[in-house]
Design a protein. Sequence first.
Length: 105
Amino acid sequence: MATTYREISRVFKALGDENRLQILEMLRTGEKCACKLLDELHITQSTLSHHMKILCDAEIVVGRKDGKWVHYSIDEAGAERAQMLLRQQLTVTESGEQTEKCCDT
């Protein structure tokens, strides 16, 4: 498998948190300043930074510095890759081997 399990788990970790899912929902309508995300989520700046680092490390979100604030948006290529990884992990494939019984019945 070209993609390592570590890379896959990084993406799934990014999607596996309620706050990060809320952030992604807010970013679906376009770029948002960190100040808007803070106001909407009612979390501290350090908590937001933690969530944004995970989303950016998974390459699902990108940040653009503007003065003292960062503006975040969904990275289209990263989002497509995350979708592909999910499909890849959940697609049943035929192995070409006969299914063997695992137990005596």
